[in-house]
Ligand binder design. Structure first.
Ligand SMILES: [Zn+2]
Ligand SMILES: [Zn+2]
Length: 373
């Protein structure tokens, strides 16, 4: 079988045949991959922003069909269409799971197994335990959510990360009718934070991005106001003005590797009772650098402003409960109330994955699908 292998970070992927996919062990399922979208987190590993150890296979926004099930698997059977999630569905038994926080399952210490080998050498899964840039992959049963037969399987791939991360963060933050929202960064995750906010009845919904064409997409997904920070003197003042002078009740930060300056702005553009939700993957993926300068915590002073009661929260894949949430998203899509097709700008065959990555890196794409079948 073929897979796109990252031999060296910062270099193009190498699509090679002769890759061996592990058969499913106990509690595991072999998937015939249909589509894997290119997510920014993949680019961070492929490009070298985040560390990797040896050659590997990225891709985690994946959908496909169950090819084979391992011992003890009960929730899916061969032929089922599934979303494959990089996070965990959760064991369902530990205190975190029982409290409804399945992404925070306390029993997820299981080491991430490799799924693929080439010429006897292990290929590490990059950007999550999926290794979806391959024709087949083997994952844990708890990473799967079954799809109904009438759901287009390739389209469902974008639910596996972009939707649960963006829309999920809105649900986790608890956005309500008429509360105001600002979304910083309108890639696929930001657009889902926008469509989630609009769905929850937020108003206004302010989209902030440096690319006008993505702001046009933001309007399509429910933004009521769009602001390009390059075209205003003061982005904080512009967002405050767009939210009636009060600041946004929720500021979703989806900007890649959000730095202290972005967080400071997010605090300053939030209302006094505002919630700042950091969605994007931040730094800190590697071991701490002993020579790094002390963090600039100036932005945090805004939190301590007299008379304010702001909160900062972080979400991991929207802190979604995917067994509950993914069927809901599928049902919304089928009812015409969730935009998924509009997120997908292009489809590339596996052999052209580097073109897909280039298109994604250009900032023009919302999501590109790499088609395995
Ligand atoms: Zn992702
Ligand atoms: Zn658990």
């Amino acid at each position: 079988m073929k897979a796109a292998i990252c031999y060296e970070q910062g270099k193009p992927l190498v699509v090679e045949d002769g890759v061996i996919c592990d058969p499913p062990g106990k509690g595991e399922v072999k998937i015939k991959v249909v589509a894997t979208a290119v997510c920014r987190s993949d680019l961070h590993f492929i490009g070298g922003l985040f560390p990797s150890h040896g050659p590997g296979v990225a891709g985690h926004e994946t959908s496909g069909y169950v090819e084979e099930i391992g011992e003890g698997v009960t929730r899916v059977e061969p032929g089922d269409a599934v979303c494959v999630i990089a996070g965990t569905v959760g064991c369902g038994m530990c205190p975190s799971c029982i409290a409804g926080h399945r992404m925070m399952c306390m029993n997820r210490s299981r080491p991430v197994p490799h799924q693929h080998t080439k010429d006897g050498k292990d290929l590490s899964p990059l950007a999550g335990p999926v290794a979806g840039f391959a024709e087949y992959t083997t994952v844990a049963e708890y990473q799967l959510v079954k799809l109904p037969e009438d759901m287009p399987v390739d389209v469902a791939a974008v639910i596996s990360c972009a939707v649960i991360t963006g829309f999920g963060a809105v649900l986790t933050a608890g956005v309500k009718l008429f509360e105001s929202v600002a979304v910083l960064g309108t890639g696929a995750v930001g657009l889902n934070a926008i469509q989630g906010s609009a769905y929850c009845g937020a108003h206004p919904v302010v989209a902030v991005d440096t690319q006008d064409q993505r702001l046009a997409a933001a309007k399509q997904f429910g933004a009521t106001t769009t602001i390009n920070p390059k075209k205003v003197d003061d982005i904080v003042a512009a967002v405050r003005e767009a939210t009636g002078g009060n600041g946004a009740d929720y500021v979703f930060v989806t900007v890649t590797v959000s730095d202290d300056e972005v967080l400071r702005q997010a605090v300053e553009m939030s209302s006094r009772q505002g919630v700042i939700v950091r969605i994007a993957v931040g730094g800190g993926m590697g071991p701490p650098d002993p020579n790094a300068p002390p963090p600039d915590i100036e932005w945090a002073r805004g939190l301590a402003q007299m008379g304010a009661s702001r909160r900062v929260m972080f979400t991991m894949m929207g802190s979604s409960n995917i067994i509950v949430d993914i069927p809901r998203y599928v049902s919304l899509y089928k009812a015409g109330r969730l935009k998924l097709d509009e997120l997908i700008n292009a489809r590339y065959p596996l052999d052209q994955i580097n073109e897909a990555i280039e298109y994604m890196s250009s900032g023009k794409a919302l999501r590109t699908l790499v088609m395995m079948q």
